[in-house]
Design a protein around this ligand. Structure first.
Ligand code: SF4
Length: 834
């Protein structure tokens, strides 16, 4: 067992995904971080809507000739106003310009000013209109009046909702009673959140509240990818697909799963100039169809493939010796391990199902093109239990070609600074450390972990849930706040998640849609959609770094609010009553009160403090304090800012833009040095072995997944038209694809008499789900596939209710051993026609 909060490894991780992986195991402490004078910021702040008033907009003309915010006449109904914002239909945050007519958003267009999205808005981005105008969206605060999970609520005012959270009702227990009964153990409340620009805002609530139990999407998403690259290279790098000459894309279906400018770099710009794309995937995906070569690998065996590539490169001595000599740690040990273990292409052929000659060729071709060759790191959930080691092996292999921090390879790029803002982390003497295991001899405040080797900031959702329902927590966790997160749909073994939610005394959800998780809430707080709110300003690192902002386009509909305003109201209601409980149980606070007044001591526990001021004011300060007022105004106006943007940005043609001149691009910023504390690619992390983790990537027999007789291995993924369950109810997207289908090998389907469109029941030891069949030769005979995000059970979702199959109803809750991620592709399932 290993606890990582102050360990060297977490230092490596903290560099690159602070929000996702920030350690929360630090001692809680009282401090006001980055104190800012909001009153000053407020005086000069300007809101998007006021800036884009018709009169103002008509006067705007950028120096490069483009009119970024203008009155447009291109509508059938008269004048329209355009407002720059950022898409939230998936995680990519492409820049958009919303067209508003008579207060209604009538169109979303791409914003060409943003280097990250390069004038692109995909079908999902266009369908963002439906997010705001979906008749099913949550409209009013509600409290539960039926049984838990029944979805019976009554509409209440915001004050009544806040009051119910504090004091409970005859149906559920309030915060005050929970904290009173748990003697001010703030960790008796769990906080969880999905990905988003306001996740940090919600996390500030968690930090000020003083719980140690934080779970986010990381362990259900790309934790092992981020961490594997993090510990090996010190950061999760970006891929310079635009300049690469050779790309190995394994398990990443960029042609379908997410269509962004770098996807286009891969399939249009890159291929147009002759770059080679090798697709490694068990399915013949659209990416495979567009690749130069498809390697139909057995699921979960990519590690054997990468080890064999490494074997070829090492034994044939075709690696970049200069780069390795200067930038590698532990190279000799790793070389010895790979060669001594005989990870030959012939060995890998047995495991992966690939031909040895294809492995030889891929290794040689990769190195022939290196450093302009990329083994694409991937951005997806954990498929197999060896995923962490796979990512380590990939990162090392990439380094062998020297393609790190260089044009056409993996790059770190630059990040533009932002100013600090107000935060509060009071010390609650009674708050227990994170509920992570049940030790035989627990010591208060001392960490430990039974389920996996390393605890990241985002925790292991699946093992936390399982221990909770098995009564294996070291103390009582009684309730949870859930923000923009749908664990009912997102976590394997839906039945167990339902059990967890039922067991909680208080469940508060903040969301835009009546999701399956919302159906289990005691109090529902309706957030407005991304087009109705300004989110925290964000800096985007890369070759062409920039800062971008999500401006509020129109005022929130119904009684919805941005999460910041929701938390302003909630903290104003609960802060003092909860402090009075702290005062009763916390001896340190009692000591302080002997020397200081109530108000002085309370000031350090005032939960309202992080939410003072508007988001627009905070954003303005964060930009103006570094780049000046004009930059902050430019950001609001254009949606994007970077120094010298007015000089650098050029519209070259309708769909080509220069953001930075070539010589200003940050391809190489560290002279090839990686971001680990040693500055070297870490092949042999010896401290991992004391935690039961292999210090170097090796293949283990247990990685050979057995498909049981008569059963199939289930794979899941996603499609460009849908973003997990978040867009499952979007009617515009349903116009493109109505439902999900299960891919079944054509010969198997023929044997079983299954035809296209037949209803199939898929079942496992976990549960069952139903969806329609898609017989195809594009998948092997022992494998099945369907896209994630369908099959919701909430009757409030007109389009998503019981539409298609829910993968997490059947995926078994297998915990990845290093970071405790959910393993998505190691479940045996059966199928039958129904
Ligand atoms: S890829 Fe599409 S859905 Fe995702 S942020 Fe960009 S436009 Fe929106």
């Amino acid at each position: 067992m290993f606890f990582i909060s102050l360990d060297e490894l977490i230092h490596q991780l903290e560099n690159y995904e602070e929000e996702m992986l920030m350690s929360v195991e630090v001692s809680r402490r009282k401090f006001l971080q980055g104190s800012v004078a909001l009153s000053v910021a407020g005086a000069s702040a300007i809101s998007a809507t006021s800036l884009f008033s018709s009169e103002h907009a008509s006067k705007q003309q950028s120096k490069n000739g483009r009119i970024p915010s203008k009155i447009t006449e291109k509508t059938g109904t008269g004048q329209a106003v355009e407002v720059a914002t950022l898409c939230e239909m998936c995680v990519n945050k492409c820049a958009a310009i919303a067209r508003v007519e008579d207060g209604i958003i009538t169109k979303l267009n791409p914003n060409p000013m943003f280097p990250k999205s390069k004038n692109m808005l995909c079908p999902r981005g266009n369908a963002g209109l439906q997010a705001i105008y979906d008749p099913d969206r949550l409209k009013y605060p509600m409290i539960r009046v039926g049984e838990k999970g029944e979805g019976k609520f009554k509409r209440v005012t915001w004050d009544e909702a806040y009051n119910a959270i504090l004091n409970g009702t005859d149906k559920f227990t309030g915060l005050a009673k929970i904290l009173e009964e748990e003697e001010d153990n703030r960790s008796s409340m769990l906080f969880c959140a999905g990905e988003g620009m306001a996740e940090h805002t919600f996390k500030q609530f968690y930090q000020a509240f003083g719980s140690s139990n934080w779970l986010n999407h990381a362990s259900l998403c790309l934790q092992t990818v981020i961490s594997g690259y993090g510990v090996t290279l010190g950061a999760y790098p970006q891929s310079d697909l635009e300049n690469a000459e050779y790309i190995v894309m394994a398990g990443a279906n960029r042609a379908e799963a997410i269509v962004t400018p770098d996807t286009m770099d891969c399939f249009k710009r890159t291929k147009g100039r002759g770059a080679k794309l090798i697709c490694v995937d068990p399915r013949f995906t659209n990416t495979a169809a567009k690749a130069d070569k498809w390697l139909a690998i057995k699921p979960g065996t990519d590690l054997a493939f990468v080890l064999a590539l490494t074997y070829v490169v090492l034994t044939e001595e075709i690696y970049n010796k200069e780069y390795v000599a200067e930038h590698f740690n532990g190279f000799d040990e790793y070389k010895e391990s790979v060669i001594a273990n005989k990870y030959t292409p012939e060995w890998a052929a047995e495991i992966t199902g690939l031909r040895a000659k294809d492995i030889y060729k891929t290794a040689r071709d990769f190195m022939a093109h290196a450093p302009k060759a990329i083994y694409y790191p991937g951005r997806r959930s954990t498929f197999a239990s060896n995923d962490f080691q796979l990512r380590r092996a990939q990162a090392i292999f990439q380094g062998l070609g020297g393609g790190i921090d260089t044009k056409g390879g993996l790059i770190f790029g630059k990040k533009l600074k932002l100013g600090k803002h107000e935060a509060l982390e009071p010390l609650y003497d009674r708050a227990e450390a994170r509920a992570i295991n049940k030790k035989d001899h627990p010591v208060k405040g001392e960490p430990g972990y039974a389920d996996c080797a390393i605890v990241s900031g985002g925790g292991s959702w699946i093992s936390w849930r399982n221990r909770y329902i098995e009564d294996k927590m070291p103390y009582k966790v009684r309730g949870m706040f859930c923000y923009k997160h749908n664990p009912m749909m997102n976590m394997p073994n839906t039945a167990k998640t339902a059990k967890m939610l039922k067991k909680m005394d208080l469940v508060v959800t903040i969301d835009t849609m009546p999701s399956d998780t919302v159906m289990y809430a005691d109090v529902v707080l309706p957030e407005c959609t991304y087009l109705e709110r300004t989110d925290p300003v964000k800096t985007f690192a890369g070759v062409e770094p920039s800062i971008a902002v999500r401006n509020k386009v129109v005022d929130p509909l119904f009684e919805t609010k941005p999460v910041r305003e929701i938390l302003q109201g909630l903290t104003a209601k609960i802060s003092k009553p909860l402090f009075d409980i702290t005062k009763k149980y916390d001896e340190e606070v009692q000591d302080e009160l002997e020397d200081s007044s109530y108000e002085e001591v309370y000031a350090e526990f005032d939960l309202t403090l992080p939410f003072e001021g508007t988001q627009e004011e905070v954003n303005h300060h964060m930009v103006a304090s570094i780049y000046g007022d004009e930059a902050a105004h430019t950001l609001v106006k254009e949606g994007v800012y970077y120094p010298n943007m007015d000089k650098f940005y050029k519209e070259l043609s309708v769909n080509e833009h220069q953001y930075y001149p070539e010589k200003e691009k940050a391809y190489s910023v560290r002279g090839g040095k990686v971001k680990t504390p040693s500055g070297k690619v870490e092949c042999n992390l010896k401290n991992l072995s004391s935690k039961g983790v292999d210090p170097m990537p090796i293949w283990r027999d247990e990685y050979n997944f057995k498909v049981q007789d008569g059963k199939f291995r289930l794979l899941t993924g996603r499609h460009a038209q849908f973003t997990q369950s978040g867009t499952a109810n979007n009617a515009m997207l349903h116009d493109l694809i109505m439902t999900n289908y299960i891919w079944i090998n054509q010969r198997i389907a023929d044997k079983k008499g299954i035809k296209f469109g037949d209803m199939i029941e898929v079942s496992s030891n976990t549960g069952a789900t139903r969806l329609r069949a898609y017989p195809t030769e594009k998948i092997g005979p022992d494998t099945l596939f369907f896209i994630h995000g369908f099959g919701e059970e909430s009757e409030e979702l007109t389009w998503a209710y019981k539409n298609g199959g829910n993968d997490n109803a059947v995926i078994e809750d297998k915990v990845e051993p290093v970071y405790g991620s959910a393993v998505m592709h190691e479940t045996n399932v059966e199928i039958k026609k129904v």
